[in-house]
Structures are given as structure tokens and as C-alpha cells.
Design a protein around this ligand. Sequence first.
Ligand SMILES: NC(=O)c1ccc[n+]([C@@H]2O[C@H](COP(=O)([O-])OP(=O)(O)OC[C@H]3O[C@@H](n4cnc5c(N)ncnc54)[C@H](O)[C@@H]3O)[C@@H](O)[C@H]2O)c1
Length: 336
Amino acid sequence: MFEKRVRVGFIGCGHHSMESLQPAVSLIPRFDYVAACDLDAEKAREAARRFGARKTYTDYVEMVDEESPDAVVIVGPPPLHEEAGVSCLKKGLHVFVEKPPSLTLDGARRLMEAMKSSGRICMVGTHWRHMPVHRALKTLSEREVFGEVFRLEATYLAPDTRGAWGLSFEWGFMLNQAVHPMDCLQFLGGRVVEAEARGVVEEGRKLAVSASLIFASGAVGSFTLGGCSPLFYERVGVQGTGGWAEAEQFKRLRYAGRERWIEPTDPSAIQTLVFEHGSHYRGVSRPGYVEELEVFAESVLSGGHPHADAEDAYYALKTLDAIVKSIEKGGSVRID
Ligand SMILES: NC(=O)c1ccc[n+]([C@@H]2O[C@H](COP(=O)([O-])OP(=O)(O)OC[C@H]3O[C@@H](n4cnc5c(N)ncnc54)[C@H](O)[C@@H]3O)[C@@H](O)[C@H]2O)c1
């Protein structure tokens, strides 16, 4: 049993909270689940029944004032992430908000600034970078034999047929879906400084985006999105001067190194690692959810600063905004 635990409260007990994050919290002994809050009292009571929250609330300000938790996990409509996130940071709490941090770039910046002035942790839920397969991809790409990373790519197809949260199709898709592969590319390649994109967007029928990216490191990236898709499909790849590695569908990792390369067509030159798990992983809907909350708990307890914070999320949104602007106006857009 761990001596020190993070006293945590949940704000928002809707679908994602109850299906993925609260089950994850109940698997992490470093958390002490003190209270659940939802505008709908029955949802908060359900959280207490299923995941052991000791008290329930319908007003998060009251919950925070009465329980004084160390940290909150906020999983609501995006404006709540910004509003409750800023409010809790100002009260000295550590915060984990789901993606997107806000519906606007300005809102994401406000959350980032509140994090910086509070000195507290503000992580944003970006489970792709915490998945075992993407962690392994990063570890491979950082090995000396992999050399200098000079090319990255991500392809992501998702079923959305209209913009989430009443937004335009393209911006809603960026905030709801594209934020995941963009965050993963930043995790692997660092900040993006320039984007040039083309796109076709027709609500209810099609969404296609093809963007070319320049990273601060000088690496070049390609970013491909498809909406109205009959399936989810994900692929993330990295090429270095000494090797190539690609993760597909959160499960398969393929790697080829230039060292000891014998015949370019020799299939044994490609090493494949398969992360075997079914539709559920560690009892939770997808890999990455338990891991991101483990990082949150460990950072709160150790006083360390986690990656995937409100600043990373702000820059991911800035890049997605640059892609939308490039589609609308043509030409390349700088990201400061
Ligand atoms: N990372 C992922 O893979 C992933 C997956 C699904 C959803 N999400 C994100 O999770 C968030 C929630 O999505 P969802 O599908 O669970 O939505 P949802 O509508 O099912 O849940 C939102 C909940 O927040 C509650 N709420 C609203 N205002 C509140 C307030 N002021 N105080 C307390 N509770 C309040 C609502 O009553 C509702 O129960 C979204 O931002 C979504 O993008 C992330």
C-alpha cells in the first residue's frame, strides 16, 4: 500500500469519465477517490456506487471548497475544462482536463497561463502518447542507432460526419479527433513551426485534409486526416538517418534499421512487435488511459512536471488552427 495518495475529485461523470477514466482511477492505488460531481446528481451517485467516490456533489465549487482535494479530473463539455480548470488551478489544485482544453485557441492559452502562474500541474488528456506502442516508438526513435529524425507522418481516419460541439465540421474535427495524432507527432518530433494544407470538407459526406509540416528541429512531416470514415484507422511513423519505425492501429510496431541491413528486400530485416490486447486493455476501453493517469498521480506525488500539459495542448491547437487557416486561405502558415 502506498503511504502518500493523491486525494482526487471528478468533475463530470458522463460517458468518457464513467467508461474510461474512473475505471482507470480505480486501478491506480496512488489515488484516493474522495468525491464525484456532476450537474446530474444521479450520475454522481452512480460514480460513487461503481468506483467508490466517498461523497457526491452537483456543484464543483462546493466540492472543491468542502473536500479540499489535491487534484481534480475534469471531463465535461470543453468550456468546462477551461472554466473549472482555471478556477481549480487558482485555488492551488493540480488539474487533469480531458481534451480539448477549450473550444478556442484563446481559451487554451488562458488555461496554459493559469497553469504557469499557479505552479501546479495541468495535464491534458492525450492518451495516444501514453500508449505502450507509441512509448515504444519514441524509445526506438531516441536510440543512438536511429540517428537524426528527419521525417514524421500520421494518418488518422474517424467516423465524425459533422463538427463536434456545434462547431464547423473542420474545427470540430480538429478538436475532437485530430488533436490526438497532432499531439502524438509533437511527442515524437517536438513543436511544429509551419503548416501548409489542402482540404475538402462537406458536412455529412466527406472530410479530407492533407498537410505538410515543418518541425522546429528541421524535420518534415505529413499529416493526413479523413472524416466520415466507416472505421477508426491510425498510423504514426518516424524516419531517422539510421532507421524507420511505424505504429499502426495502436497495436503493431514495425522497425527497420540501416545497421546490419543486408538486402533491401529481405523481409527479416523488418522487426515487428505486436502489442496483443483485445478491445479492452487493463480493463479499460483503450490503452493509454490508465497510463496517463498514472503519470498524473506520480507527477503530483513527486512534484515533477509531466509532459502532455496545457502548453503542449495549446501548441497542438495552434498547429491545427494553422492547418485550417492554410486550407481556407492557401499558402503556408507560420506557428510562433
Ligand atoms: N481522450 C479520449 O479518447 C476521449 C474519448 C471520449 C471523450 N473525450 C472527451 O471527454 C469529454 C466528455 O465527453 P463525454 O462523451 O463523456 O461527454 P458527456 O456529455 O457524456 O459527459 C459530460 C458530463 O459533464 C457533466 N457536466 C456538464 N457541466 C458540468 C458542471 N458544470 N459540473 C459538473 N458536471 C458537469 C454533464 O452533466 C455530463 O454528465 C469531451 O471533452 C470529449 O472530447 C475524450
